[in-house]
Design a protein around this ligand. Sequence first.
Ligand code: PLP
Length: 389
Amino acid sequence: MGTNPIWGDDWPQVRQGWLLDREVAHCNHGSFGAVPAHVLEAQDKIRRQMAVNPMRWFVRELPGLVTAARAEVAGFLGAVADDLAFVSNVSAGVSAIAQSLPLRAGDEVLSSDHAYGAVSYALDRLCARTGARRVIATVPYHSTDEEVLAAFAGQCTERTRLVVVDQVTSATARRFPVGDIARLAHRAGALVLVDGAHAPGMLALDVPGLGADFWVGNLHKWACAPAGSGALWVAPHCQDRIRSLVVSWGEPDGYPASFDLVGTDDLSAWLATPEALRALGALGWDRVRAHNEALAGWAQSRVAEILGVPPGDLRHDRDLSMTLVRLPPGSVGSREQARKFQDLLAERGVEAAVGYWNGRGSIRLSAQVYNQPADYERLAAGARDLLAR
Ligand SMILES: Cc1ncc(COP(=O)(O)O)c(C=O)c1O
């Protein structure tokens, strides 16, 4: 069964809570999350309730249940229900914002070179639709919070209308000083959208306290909700301009009620999200977070040691359940090669996020409570073999 001294003696019981294939080392929680078995059961129960009487479900039960689930998720994020909408995922939330903003030619949209690819495409489309210009702040991998802030400040002008900033970056597993960047953007008169895809569950959150205008996060990553559970928070002063992507019967109701009605759809992921919050909450959020941060740090040191990556090349931003090990220069030379490396690791029974960012390959290590140190030993051994070929 294995052990995990970082979690403690009760780790085997915790591991039992997930259906994840035991033959595989699952080192990439960050991309898609993983759902505890009993949360899936709760979701299944919801689906059965829908199946036994669709009329009762969609007409009389669903609206109240979505409102109640939204209120619970809002509480978890430190927000009020009236400021929060469910969305399927961060991609959908960002798309709704991008679709709603009335930018003009000459306006600028600022983000960094750490932005998630799909989010970046949404901003491209926003600019193509409105004639606005994309501006990218270059943020070196090894940079302090002050340097990150300076990189954004250097590109923020009176033309900047929207600043998009990652709370936790995907490609580089970094944490950005979101509050400082929001203040800077507001001083320049720009709106601020925070991509908090990895934040719910990983970080203790006070979303309104970030001082942004829009925030989007996934519950299906670090809060272990079923796939398709995201949240969009909009500051009260911006709510009248935000429209849901799907136009349905809630259209006259505005934000956030219009987001509750997305045509006929299976909303069981949203409704099962409070069960996921309770499941992780029962383990103790502080304990979960402290464990994940410690295991991610341990994994990074161990993998780096085995691959011969110097300690000076490592960074682990505070509170993060993900760390990065950059591969030796030249070993992975393109996105395609990173994908190939990832596939070859999978053939060795290791699921990991192998990326390519700014000319360097990397392995991103995620640590969740079902992981154990042996997972990363296996990853490191596989990666060492592949690098030696
Ligand atoms: C920083 C960041 N933004 C956005 C997304 C997109 O999330 P989703 O695929 O759930 O829409 C991800 C997914 O990994 C991400 O890491």
